[in-house]
Design a protein around this ligand. Structure first.
Ligand code: G
Ligand code: G
Ligand code: MN
Ligand code: NA
Length: 250
């Protein structure tokens, strides 16, 4: 199949659908918000975002795809009347692109009636982040307008200490590698403890990603992590729960 044509078809025919995964507060249990995760059509080779974005890079359609994802995620989130914040993944390229920074995002939000205070941009990076000065400037610009910033996949790939120290995020999302089996792994516990310590000293809130078991969740609660996300709490869904799932309550 010609993946470039498939991508064009998906974008032009508006076949992108966001699924939403709740992020919950642990100390005072409630829903903090939802991460939007984009999906292509069910039977398409471009169903998952990795394939969608890889094809978009080759086709030089990254910005177009990113805009389409953001638009449909905001529209659907507003339609579903979900509570809390909308977490939107954003690649460093769009993060530092002034066209996206200004007009485009504001236009969508006005149209769907969401304020900047409802939006958290997750900086997600699959490629090296060299332009940390640009990231810092973009981050300050967004925060001045009322948006919040999250550093995604902390501790994995290119999401490391340098980007963290220079970005000044509101949230850090601890990569799920450190969460998987944390109840049985003292090394993971020490690294998460250290990340929480830095986060709290810097005034950042921590979100643990990829929680799959009750044991992982209770370990993280005992360690003082503020927020959690993962299959154990709820899977990403087209129509996610509007209230905290009962099994997450203490
Ligand atoms: O949903 P899934 O686990 O397959 O997501 C895989 C990757 O795709 C994640 O790293 C996620 O950040 C990224 N992703 C999902 N939706 C979007 C989006 O709308 N924009 C960008 N830039 N990345 C996304
Ligand atoms: O890179 P990012 O954190 O944006 O990626 C989110 C991806 O993680 C989504 O594709 C989502 O489907 C996936 N995900 C969400 N919760 C869990 C989980 O509990 N376990 C695993 N393995 N993946 C998860
Ligand atoms: Mn993410
Ligand atoms: Na990511």
């Amino acid at each position: 199949m010609d993946l470039h044509k498939e991508l064009r078809r998906i974008i032009d025919a508006k076949l992108l659908n966001p699924v939403f995964q709740p992020i919950v507060a642990l100390a005072n249990p409630r829903i903090l918000g939802y991460e939007a995760l984009i999906r292509g059509p069910e039977n398409s080779p471009l169903h998952y975002p990795d394939a969608l974005f890889a094809t978009a890079r080759q086709s030089r359609l990254s910005a177009v795809l990113e805009f389409a994802c953001r638009e449909v995620s905001c529209v659907r989130f507003a339609e579903l009347c979900l509570p809390g914040k909308l977490f939107l993944n954003m690649s460093p390229i769009s993060f530092t692109d002034s066209q996206y920074r200004d007009g485009v995002t504001r236009e969508i939000l006005q149209r769907v009636g969401l304020s900047a205070e409802r939006i958290v941009f997750e900086l997600t990076e699959s490629q090296p982040l060299d332009e940390t000065e640009l990231l810092r400037a973009a981050s300050i610009h967004f925060q001045r307008q009322g948006f919040a910033i999250a550093l995604d996949d902390l501790g994995a790939g290119y999401s490391g200490l340098r980007v963290w120290s220079e970005l000044g995020p509101d949230y850090v999302k601890i990569d799920r590698h450190f969460i998987a089996g944390i109840d049985r792994d003292p090394v993971k516990r020490e690294f998460v403890r250290a990340m929480l310590d830095i986060a709290h000293r810097m005034g950042n809130k921590a979100i643990a990603e990829g929680i799959e078991t009750a044991e992982e969740l209770s370990t993280l609660i005992a360690m003082g992590v503020e927020y959690a996300q993962g299959y154990f709490i709820a899977r990403p869904q087209l129509q996610p729960p509007a209230e905290l799932p009962a099994h997450v309550l203490p």
